[in-house]
Design a protein around this ligand. Sequence first.
Ligand code: ATP
Ligand code: MG
Length: 219
Amino acid sequence: MLTLALSKGRIFEETLPLLAAAGIEVTEDPEKTRKLILATNQPDVRVVLVRATDVPTYVQHGGADLGVAGKDVLIEHAAENEGAGGLYQPLDLQIAKCRMSVATRADFDYEAAVKQGSRIRVATKYVAVARQHFADKGVHVDLIKLYGSMELAPLTGLADAIVDLVSTGSTLKANKLVEVERIMDISSRLVVNQAALKLKRERIRSLIAAFSGAMSSNS
Ligand code: ATP
Ligand code: MG
């Protein structure tokens, strides 16, 4: 049995064409069922639905053989789990693309605050990325960990800035925030449990080959 961990939403949707290229069709719609384990057209392949942030945990500890997770999630997971040994990342799938950025209220002068060496209060779900970014810039920050709705933090006075994912920028715009700095580009990667890679070598290798073939034929 090969178990693939996916999160509902964009990662699930954008992984489907890659699975199709490997001859795998998920036979149930995650938006229409309450099931957390989905069958596929291949009796030895199943998909488990987990929260995006739980994908690396499932794969690292063998709850799933493989998974698809954003670079954002993988960096934070590695920081919280001492490097997350046993998680192999063979392929950047180039899906769920976005960027990680710093955003503030339009009336907050970020450049001036940085130049003056002010202490900046930054709210984010991505504390590891944020800590590293501001340390590299030599900017002093107070990091405030949030689990969602980061846009609210500068609007309520909780923070001066946020570090969040941006794709079109429409969520920032709707909340009157501006992107003041890009930190890194984000895409989702295939992650594989190291023990599974040894035990199910051929099965996993052919899946990786099919995925990368589907990607190059897309570009
Ligand atoms: P949840 O919504 O369950 O709290 P989540 O917000 O992390 O979890 P998604 O919004 O589905 O889950 O995001 C999953 C992954 O997709 C993220 O880890 C990131 O890599 C990527 N992603 C997030 N937002 C965007 C976006 N606006 N555009 C493209 N990719 C994104
Ligand atoms: Mg989300």
